[in-house]
Design a protein around this ligand. Sequence first.
Ligand code: ME8
Length: 543
Amino acid sequence: LSSSSSERKPYYITTPIFYVNAAPHVGHLYTMVLTDILKRWQVLNGEKAILCTGTDEHGMKIQQAATKANIPPKEFCDITAETFKSLAKRAALSNDYFVRTTDEDHKEAVQYFWHMLRERGYIYESKHEGWYCVSDETFYPESTIEKRLDPFTGRTFMASQETGKEVEWTSEANYHFRLSAFKDRLLEFYKKNPEFVVPATRMNDVINWVSEGLEDLSISRPVERLTWGIRVPDDETQTIYVWLDALINYITKAGYPWAPGREQTGGWPADVQVIGKDIVRFHCIYWPAFLMALDLEPPRQILTHAHWTLGHQKMAKSTGNVVNPFFALDRFGVDVMRYYLAHDGGISQDSDYGNRFIVERYKKGLQGGLGNLVSRVTRPKIWSVRKSVEAASVGALREPDESTTKQINMLESLPEKVSLKMKQLNPGAALQIIMDAVYETNKYLQFNEPWIRAKKETDQEAEQKHIERTIYYSAEAIRITGILLQPYMPDKASQLLDMIGVDKSRREFKDTLLGADKTYGDAAAPLGKGAWDSLFPPLSVEN
Ligand code: ME8
């Protein structure tokens, strides 16, 4: 073994690569945000992590869109790829790579992959007939096709029952991949890796589909039909099927083709690949089969999330039923949008998008919850008590009163509870737990009213200790939730930690231990009401 193979593999996480036939919408933003939270969570845990996102630029769908726009396809792609890139930036995505399938390194990776599949005998040529759907870039079996009527034009057409998208009959010679040969290997793989697809219901769907049997997959198209794509090596008359091309993006930036012993330095196998539930078949069946054919490792897990709807219809660029993510980000700010999407976005169930829901979440969670907590604890009178609590005397504060015991238990179990949800790939559930800690702390403060007690002159030591205790464990809640919120709201969370004077070097997961940081608060000035306003100001637009 070479020395490099003993290096620890970085954590590697990906988003799908998005089609450039139209501008991004809030659904794409959601996938990006979920992925980014999971990556930042690893970084919080001191791991080296890599995030790859990008654009899917070949295929019939893009070719047609470019023709319609009367722009040469590459120029057409350059324009929309740029908007996806700016979305990533605007959303504070910490992506290490942005892959475009028109990149040279990607084309080389795809051609090499093809070459290897052929070497190993997994590709053969034959005539293919079937219903092709350009919008979904896939062939559908006869049994899943139905006749539909366009209510506006009165035209009838053939469509996929599943997506309702038009299909056209095609009959052509092309190359096929022996997908049918992988049924048993795939089923065995799923059995050994029952958490390969998250959530479990979708793992079951996948197992059922594969159990029903797999047909070989057409993986090229004649150049007369499809010019916009990567050529089949040694056959200029055929273009590689866009999904084979696209899936390989995940290993392109991980350095494929690898020099022996260097497989893992680029991060492959991916730890998690995040996708929407619309593309499960491609990622959970075809993709591992392609990899298995070359004895490459499949990804470790695939997180499949539900969809955002608008008026209970799927948000989709093909129907135009979309929310422009740039407008939303401008209106509410990046961290508020990240908070909302993570908080309300579904893994199993779809969620309906609405500005009034964003306003509600903002008012309840951020202004009323976190903002209120910070403003209460950083008031000059209160904060000075916090500062006076010497590290050494914290032990003495532990004398139990019921509410404090509850607060201590809550804070001590919080990081592990959050961690568990993250391991289950459920950032939304983790966020709920963090926010519950914030709400509980507000109740704790409300119950003990240190601001009233602190006003009264007291020489009673027990009373003094009680005040100190309440304030100390409330401040700890801000510090700990502030650290845990960093993956969700990178800017707001660091602003918050700055306010209470947490040193930049003490903001990792290991610092979330209750009492772990004995130094914070010294640097920070008492802030009071103004702090609350600067962190979560009133929204300029209410709905
Ligand atoms: O499928 N709600 O690209 P695409 C939530 N290029 N997420 C949504 C969504 C919605 N309403 N609509 C889209 C492709 N998404 C291929 C992928 S990967 C090798 C190739 C998100 O532009 C979700 O992640 O149609 C979905 O899977 C993806 O965008 C589809 O993006």
